[in-house]
Structure formats: structure tokens, C-alpha cells
Design a protein. Structure first.
Length: 661
């Protein structure tokens, strides 16, 4: 047997944890970690336990009380108040004082009580030896009282008093305590990891006239418009030099004209590689100025990091051992038969020189951190080794705990969840392809109501440069509005690829394809951002609603509600104290008006079934007086296909309804 056989307490089913503690859970600065655990021992002795936690920079453990919920299940919580990693565990022991106190309350014979007082006096004197100062003096005094000639009633009052119980808990005998080992971990990110809106923009398409390659200065000029729409993060595709060899033409043509700009993901040319900027965009100084200007407008700049090279990348010449070679000696290009990507060379992570490769790729992130970038979207991380990402992210966040990583991995669920375990702050999801009520409710239940939420932080994107779904291709303007409302309210983190989104770009390259016609991935586009039918104002309204309502700034509070029409979905989010409750009703049919009866759980939403309540539509401004649990809605996609209601409880009668206008 390992350890001291006198340790009698069992600790089981400690939560939250990921894979038995192999990976950390996730929180943001200021959030709480609520810990539950089963604690019990043999026999009838009382047990006690404490929650222990510490930041990675702390030498000493801090303690938090735990409360017995029933059936040997205990709960405690602690707040994370610094970025980085915390450890937490549970310490539990047989509490002889609690056992003694419990039995003393049940004793009725004077002789038994007198003996019990002597036993208690010994427990108190032992605790006094562990205490100091005034606490020690008080324990000695009460111990002597239990042994002395004081009246039985006086002894009982002291023995069963709350002050004594508090002191005995403070100086409990934990020499034979059981401690859950190893400790579990939680990674703490800044609040932007939990709540933020992303906007993707190609700087080379920001020029003010057709035929000109956009620059960082042009992108800087567009910042005010992005900030005015209420976004938090401006995400830029790769900004590095683009290779010439096998450069792709418009619409992914295999042969490109001399003036074709190529794909930004074909990284590397004579001007440099992953630590350089495309000369046509400007200089590193220009980029740093862009980052600073964005920050002044409340925006963070996120960069796309794609670990792949064009045939012209300096790595290919300087480190040929980092690439796989074909039998004829040529470097193996990327392919997914029958598709060939001859403008891209993947790294060979099985190279004998893998350690140098890993260090170099880590230095790419550190280089851009030095330029002021703290948010990264990582391209296709599922095509690189899991061990590499676990090492790299941990290394980066040890130096820079405020850095965030978004995983662009539309892979199998277990692969996506593994990447999240390894340290990716946020993850792309299958949201773009979840369109029906059944699909949305089941997928969101998985993400927000199961243990997956402890490790996987979703980011919903209705479109990307690679994804133009069938729903958006054929649903028109209303489809874009619907998907925006769903993305921005179902998830606290969401993003759009613009200006394609607010201008509801829906032309596919060919039938059955999710590729855009004239995709920005292969050519420079000019966008009329001031177009009269733009969704820009609608997007801004959605983001303002998100910022004004704390209920929409988290994911775990999502609750779906019954509607007697499968084309209408209804859900709510509520702040912890129910001080802010938002109810969202969306018509999923992009073509037809839909109506139905919504059924609400009044008690869960803090509503009195005997009084009316007001539903303030934050999209249109209208106010509706609802009664009881069942109310009627009707949504026309030709106008606005959704309601975003803020619930108000102050209405006591129809006469009071005027108060809100």
C-alpha cells in the first residue's frame, strides 16, 4: 500500500476536469471555477474538505470552503484573477471535532455528557497547539472550561457554539488528510477570449480605386468603418510575400497572368517569408502603425499564421531538410487527390531536424508578438502534429499569457476537440452548416451543456473566404440577416468575412461549390462599402445589442424554448442574477413569413405568471406586452427575420405599459 494507511477519506469524481486532468480547463480573468467532488470515509465519522488553489506564480496554496450538497457531494468555488495557469485540488479529512459535536447534541445522560466534555477538551487543547495568538488563548480557555467545574449548561453552550466551530475549522487536524493528486489546471485568458466579434478583411482589396493593390495605409483608412460596426478584432489573412512559382490565377486557375497577385497562403518569395510583409502592402513600420491605430479605435489586429511555404520561400533553399522530397529529388507539394496545390509546400514534421523546425516556427509567433499582435488565427492546425501545438502554445503563453489562438480546423469532431485541449483559445465550428432547428439545438446543447464546454470555446462564422454555404447562396439578403443574428446571439464569439458579408455576396464559382466566384483568395476585389442596401447598419445594431446586454456575452447560459413551428427557433440568455434577460426568436425560412406560439418557462426567467411583462424588440424598437407562458410571434423575412427581445419585468398592468415609451 502506498502512503499512510491511516488516511481514511476517499476523493472521487472531482469536476471540472478534462481527460482525468491531462489537460487544463478554460476560464477568463474574473470568472469563477466551481468545483464539485465526492468525499466520504468508512464508518460514521464526519468528514470535511477544502478547495485548494494557487496561481502558477504562487508558492503557497490558498483555501476556499466547500459546502455539502448531499449524498457525499461537495461544492466550492474560487475566482481566477490573473492571466496564466492556476492549479486546484481538494484536501479532505476525517473531522473528529465535527463527529464529537454531532454526537454531543444527541447525548441525554449526564454521565455520557461529562465524559464527552473531557474528550472535547482534549480536541480543543490539541487545536490550541496548532493555533497562535488570541485564537490559541481562546481555545485553551474553552478547553479548561470543559474540564472544570462550570455548570453543565455553560459547558454545552461553549461546546456547541458557532465561535468554537469556526476556530476548530480554522485549525483542523489535517495530518491524515487525503489530497487529490495530481492537481488540476485551469488556463486563464483575458476577457476577449470569452466575448468578441471578429471582422476579416483583405488589405490588398482596400484600395480606393480599381486596379490598384491595397496597402496597410488603405487598410488603416478602413479601420474607422470596422470600428463603427462594433467589431473587436480585425483579422487579416497572411500579409507575407507571395511566391511566383506555380502561382494561382483568378478562380484558382492553374495558370496565372503576369499581373495576378496570387494566393496570400502561398507564403514566401525573394522579399522574405513568414517574418516579412508583402512589399506592395508596405513596410513593417506601416504595419505597426496600423496595429497602433486599430488599438486606438478599440480594435485588435489578428494575423493568420499558415505554416506552409511557396516554392520560393527562403526556407526551401536554406532548410531543404524541413520538406519532404519525391523520388526525383523535387519537393513534395501539397495535394489532396485529385486536387493539387503546387504553389504550396507543406513542412515535413517527421524530419530528423524537427527540433530546429519547431523552434523556428515558434519564433514566427514571437516575431509578430513583438510587432504588437496578440491574436492569431491558425490555418489548418489539424494538419500539423498535436504534440507540436501543445508545446508551442504552452511556450508562447508562458511568456505572453495574453496571446490568443483561434483554430481554423473544420475537421472531425474529435480532432477539433483535441486541438482545443492542447491550448487553442477558440475554435471554428460546424455552425455554418447547421441550419434547421433540430441541428442548431442539438449542436448548441453539445457545445454549451456538456463537459465539452470546459475545453472547447466556439467561434461562430456564417461565412469565410473558403465557405459560401448553400443557405447563403440562395436565401438572399434575409438569409445573411438570419445567420448573423444566430451567430452573434447563440455564441459570445463570432466573426464575419467582410465586406462580402454585409454586401451579401452570394455568387458561387460553380453549382454545388462553396467557393466564391472571383474569390479574394486569388485576386484583388473592389468593394462598394457605401452601397445603399448594405447590411452595415444592421451589423452595427447587432454588435451594439451584444455590448449592451451582458447576457449575450457568455455561452453557458443558453436555454432553448418550445415553438410550435419548426421554422422558428427561440432561445434565451440570462445574466447570473436575471438582471438582464434576452430572448431571441428567429425565422429560419429565408423565403416565407412564419408564425407560431412561443412557450416560456416563467419561473426560470424570474417572471410572475400573474403579471404581464414587456418584451422590448432591440432590432426594431417596438415594445410588446406579453402575458403568461404562451405568446404569439410572426416574422417576415422580407423585413427583419428575427426579434431580439430584452425582457422587462416592471410592468404590473396595461396602464403601466405607457411608462416605457
Amino acid at each position: 500500500m502506498d502512503g499512510d494507511g491511516r488516511r481514511r477519506v476517499v476523493i472521487e469524481a472531482l469536476s471540472p476536469q478534462v481527460d482525468g486532468g491531462r489537460f487544463p480547463i478554460k476560464r477568463v480573468d474574473g470568472e469563477a471555477v466551481t468545483v464539485e467532488v465526492d468525499v466520504f470515509a468508512d464508518g460514521h465519522d464526519a468528514v470535511n474538505c477544502r478547495l485548494l488553489y494557487r496561481h502558477e506564480s504562487d508558492e503557497q496554496w490558498r483555501e476556499a470552503a466547500m459546502t455539502l450538497l448531499g449524498n457525499d457531494r461537495w461544492r466550492g468555488r474560487f475566482a481566477v484573477t490573473a492571466l496564466g495557469r492556476y492549479q486546484y485540488t481538494v484536501c479532505a479529512w476525517v473531522d473528529h471535532f465535527l463527529s464529537w459535536s454531532h454526537d454531543l447534541k444527541r447525548r441525554v445522560e449526564a454521565g455520557d455528557i461529562a465524559v464527552a466534555h473531557r474528550v472535547g477538551a482534549q480536541l480543543l487543547s490539541d487545536a490550541a497547539k496548532r493555533a497562535d495568538g488570541a485564537d490559541a488563548e481562546q481555545l485553551w480557555e474553552w478547553s479548561e472550561l470543559l474540564l472544570g467545574d462550570a455548570a453543565m449548561d455553560a459547558k454545552q453552550r461553549v461546546a456547541l457554539s458557532e465561535p468554537l466551530g469556526r476556530l476548530m475549522d480554522r485549525y483542523a487536524d489535517t495530518r491524515l488528510a487525503t489530497i487529490h493528486d495530481p492537481p488540476l489546471e485551469v488556463v486563464v485568458d483575458r476577457s476577449l477570449a470569452r466575448f468578441g466579434a471578429w471582422y476579416e478583411l483583405f488589405p490588398r482589396s482596400c484600395a480606393d480605386r480599381s486596379g490598384r493593390h491595397g496597402t496597410f495605409d488603405d487598410c488603416e483608412a478602413a479601420l474607422a468603418g470596422v470600428a463603427a460596426m462594433g467589431f473587436d478584432i480585425l483579422y487579416l489573412p497572411p500579409i507575407h510575400p507571395i511566391g511566383y512559382t506555380k502561382r494561382k490565377g483568378p478562380n484558382n486557375a492553374l495558370i496565372a497572368d503576369a499581373d495576378a497577385p496570387g494566393s496570400p497562403w502561398a507564403i514566401g518569395a525573394e522579399a522574405g517569408g513568414h517574418k516579412a510583409v508583402h512589399p506592395s502592402l508596405g513596410t513593417l513600420e506601416d504595419f505597426r502603425r496600423l496595429v497602433q491605430t486599430a488599438r486606438g479605435l478599440g480594435l485588435e489586429v489578428a494575423l493568420d499564421i499558415a505554416f506552409q511555404c511557396s516554392p520560393d520561400h527562403p526556407y526551401v533553399k536554406d532548410h531543404p531538410q524541413w520538406f519532404r522530397h519525391r523520388p526525383d529529388g523535387s519537393v513534395q507539394y501539397a495535394e489532396n487527390p485529385p486536387k493539387k496545390y503546387e504553389d504550396i509546400y507543406p513542412f515535413d514534421f517527421e524530419t530528423d531536424d524537427w527540433q530546429a523546425l519547431w523552434e523556428e516556427l515558434k519564433s514566427v509567433f514571437l516575431f509578430w508578438v513583438e510587432q504588437g499582435v496578440k491574436v492569431f488565427r491558425v490555418d489548418n492546425p489539424h494538419t500539423k502534429p498535436f504534440g507540436f501545438w501543445e508545446w508551442l502554445i504552452h511556450q508562447i503563453k508562458r511568456q505572453h499569457p495574453d496571446v490568443m489562438f483561434l483554430a481554423e480546423a473544420f475537421a472531425r469532431p474529435k480532432v477539433m476537440y483535441r486541438l482545443a485541449k492542447l491550448g487553442f483559445t477558440q475554435s471554428y465550428t460546424y455552425f455554418a452548416w447547421r441550419n434547421t432547428k433540430w441541428e442548431l439545438t442539438h449542436y448548441l446543447a453539445e457545445l454549451t451543456q456538456t463537459e465539452i464546454r470546459e475545453r472547447f470555446r466556439p467561434n461562430f462564422w456564417p461565412n469565410t473566404p473558403d465557405i459560401l454555404t448553400e443557405y447563403l447562396q440562395f436565401g438572399g439578403r434575409s438569409a445573411f440577416m438570419t445567420r448573423l443574428v444566430l451567430a452573434a446571439t447563440l455564441s459570445a464569439n463570432y466573426g464575419i468575412y467582410g465586406p462580402a458579408f454585409e454586401l451579401f455576396e452570394n455568387r458561387a464559382r460553380e453549382p454545388g461549390s462553396e467557393e466564391y466566384l472571383d474569390s479574394e483568395k486569388y485576386q484583388i476585389r473592389q468593394w462598394d462599402r457605401d452601397r445603399s442596401d448594405s447590411l452595415r447598419d444592421f451589423v452595427a445594431r447587432i454588435n451594439r445589442i451584444r455590448r449592451d446586454n451582458p447576457a449575450l456575452q457568455q455561452d453557458w447560459n443558453l436555454m432553448f424554448h418550445e415553438v410550435d413551428n419548426d421554422e422558428i427557433i427561440c432561445f434565451s440568455k440570462a445574466a447570473d442574477d436575471l438582471g438582464n434577460v434576452v430572448l431571441v426568436v428567429v425565422n429560419l425560412d429565408a423565403y416565407h413569413t412564419q408564425s407560431g406560439w412561443v412557450q416560456l418557462p416563467l419561473e426560470a426567467l424570474g417572471l410572475d405568471p400573474l403579471h404581464p411583462y414587456q418584451m422590448h424588440d432591440l432590432l426594431g424598437g417596438a415594445r410588446f406586452l406579453w402575458h403568461g407562458a404562451r405568446n404569439y410571434v410572426q416574422l417576415d423575412p422580407a423585413s427583419v427575420p428575427a426579434h431580439i427581445f430584452r425582457l422587462r419585468r416592471r410592468v404590473r398592468s396595461e396602464r403601466d405599459f405607457e411608462y416605457f415609451f
